[in-house]
Design a protein around this ligand. Structure first.
Ligand code: ADP
Ligand code: MG
Length: 393
C-alpha cells in the first residue's frame, strides 16, 4: 500500500484519529504525514474536526475525519436480464437507483442514457464510473471479451463510454464486483477467503483470496458457469453459456421448463397456461412462483438446479478451503428456500470432512446493490490516488 493509501485507510478506520497517531500507526515520519494530510484536506477528502484535550505542553492534536461526500461515483450493473445504475458516495452508500430491463441490441445507447440520467441529478464532483458486466472482461482496457447473455463480443465499453461521457470508466466482471462489494460492506466482511456466487440469468463467481480479489492469469477466474457434470463430453465444444449455468441459472431454468412442456410428457402444471399464452411470459421467476404455490413440476426443476448448485459449492469449498460462501443474484434471492438447504446438505455430505463445520454459507447482504457497491470500491481504489496527486481540482 502507498503511504497515501495507508493514511487514508487509517483515517477511514479510525474516525477522530490525530496526526501523531497516524504517524505511529502507519510508521511514517510526522512531516510525511503532514504533507499527505495537506493534500487530502485540500481535496476535501479529510476534514479537521475539533481537538483532543491533552495535558501535554503545546497545541492540542486535531481530530481528523474522512469526508465520504467529497466525491460521488456512478455504479452500473449490466446483467443478462436487468440493467441497474446508482450514484454512490465514498462509503458505498447508494443515493439514487435506476433499474431497467436490458436491451442487448441497444446496449451502449441504453447504458449511456442511464448514466446521463443519474449524472443529471447530482452536483457533487464525480470520481468516475464503475461498470460490472455479465461476461468475461479485460479490466485493463475495459473490453468485454464475451457476454453470451448480452450477445456481445470484443466490445470496448470503457473507450466508448469515456468518449461519450468524459469521465474515467472502469469495467469488470459483474460477479467480481459483487464479491468485492460483499467483502467490503456485506456478508463476507472480515473473511479472508470467500467466494461470492451469483445465480441470476447465468451463474458466475468472484473469489476473495487472502483478502483480495483473485483474478487468475487472464482475468478469467471464477467462471463456475462452465463446470460440467455429465457422463460424456458434448458433441461440440461449448461456447456461450456454460453447461452448469445452462442447467441451473435463470435462463437455463426457463429453457428446461419450455423443453419439458413442449415434449408434452408432464401432465399437470400451472406453467402450461403460461406457455399457451406465448413463450415470452415464462421465465425463471414464473417457475419459482409456481413452485411456491406447490406446483410439482416447477418444484422438481428448482430442486434439480439447487442440487447442482450444492455440488458446485461443495467442490469449490474443498478446492479452496474457504471461510465463507456468499450466495446472491435474482434467482438465488427468490429461490433461497430451495437453494440454501441444498448447498448446506451438499457441503455436509461431500465436501472435505475437516472443512464441513468451518465454512459458513450466507445469503448476500447487499441484495441488488452488490455489484454497484463493489464498483464504487474499485473506482475509488484506482481514482483517489490520481485525484490526490493532481495539482488542482
Ligand atoms: P442478471 O444480473 O443476469 O440480470 P439477476 O440477478 O437480476 O440477473 O436475476 C434475474 C434472473 O433471476 C432472471 O432469470 C429472473 O427470471 C430470475 N428471477 C427469479 N425470481 C426472481 C425475482 N423474484 N425477481 C427477479 N428475478 C427473478
Ligand atoms: Mg447480475
Amino acid at each position: 500500500m502507498s503511504s497515501i493509501a495507508q493514511v487514508i485507510s487509517a483515517i477511514r478506520e479510525n474516525p477522530g484519529i490525530t496526526r501523531p497517531q497516524i504517524a505511529r500507526m502507519c510508521k511514517l515520519s510526522r512531516p510525511a504525514v503532514s504533507m499527505i494530510l495537506r493534500l487530502l484536506v485540500e481535496k476535501g477528502l479529510v476534514r479537521e474536526d475539533g481537538t483532543v484535550k491533552s495535558n501535554a505542553v503545546g497545541r492540542n492534536p486535531i481530530k481528523l475525519k474522512f469526508n465520504y461526500d467529497a466525491f460521488q461515483i456512478v455504479g452500473v450493473d449490466i446483467g443478462g436480464t436487468n440493467l441497474r445504475g446508482a450514484i454512490l458516495d465514498l462509503d458505498g452508500k447508494v443515493s439514487q437507483r435506476r433499474t431497467e430491463s436490458i436491451c442487448p441490441d441497444d446496449l451502449l445507447e441504453q447504458v449511456s442514457a442511464l448514466i446521463r440520467a443519474l449524472i443529471e441529478k447530482t452536483d457533487t464532483c464525480l470520481l468516475g464510473i464503475g461498470i460490472g458486466v455479465a461476461g468475461t472482461v479485460d479490466p485493463a482496457s475495459g473490453t468485454v471479451f464475451n457476454a453470451p447473455a448480452l450477445r456481445k463480443q470484443n466490445l470496448n465499453l470503457a473507450q466508448a463510454l469515456t468518449r461519450d461521457l468524459g469521465l474515467p470508466v472502469y469495467v469488470d466482471n459483474d460477479v467480481n464486483l459483487a464479491a468485492v462489494g460483499e467483502h467490503w460492506r456485506g456478508a463476507a466482511r472480515g473473511s479472508k477467503n470467500s467466494i461470492c456466487i451469483s445465480i441470476g440469468t447465468g451463474i458466475g463467481a468472484g473469489l476473495i483470496l487472502d483478502g483480495r480479489l483473485y483474478r487468475g492469469s487472464h482475468n478469467l477466474a471464477g467462471e463456475v458457469g462452465y463446470f460440467f457434470y455429465r457422463d460424456r463430453l458434448p458433441e461440440e465444444p461449448i461456447y456461450g453459456f456454460g453447461d452448469f449455468e445452462l442447467s441451473a441459472g435463470g435462463w437455463g431454468l426457463r429453457q428446461r421448463a419450455l423443453e419439458e412442456l413442449e415434449k408434452g410428457e408432464t401432465v399437470e402444471t400451472l406453467l402450461h397456461s403460461l406457455v399457451e399464452d406465448g413463450r415470452s411470459t415464462l421465465d425463471a421467476q414464473t417457475v419459482v412462483k409456481a413452485a411456491m404455490k406447490g406446483d410439482v413440476f416447477a418444484n422438481r426443476l428448482i430442486q434439480e438446479a439447487s442440487f447442482k448448485i450444492g455440488i458446485t459449492v461443495a467442490n469449490v469449498v474443498s478446492l479452496l478451503d474457504l471461510e465463507a460462501v456468499v450466495l446472491t443474484g435474482g434467482l438465488m434471492t427468490s429461490a433461497a428456500e430451495w437453494i440454501l438447504p441444498a448447498v448446506e446438505e451438499a457441503i455436509r455430505y461431500v465436501a472435505l470432512p475437516e472443512i464441513r463445520d468451518k465454512v459458513s454459507v450466507r445469503i448476500g447482504r447487499l441484495g441488488e446493490d452488490a455489484v454497484l457497491i463493489g464498483a464504487a470500491y474499485q473506482v475509488q481504489e484506482s481514482e483517489l490516488p490520481l485525484v490526490i496527486k493532481k495539482e488542482r481540482g
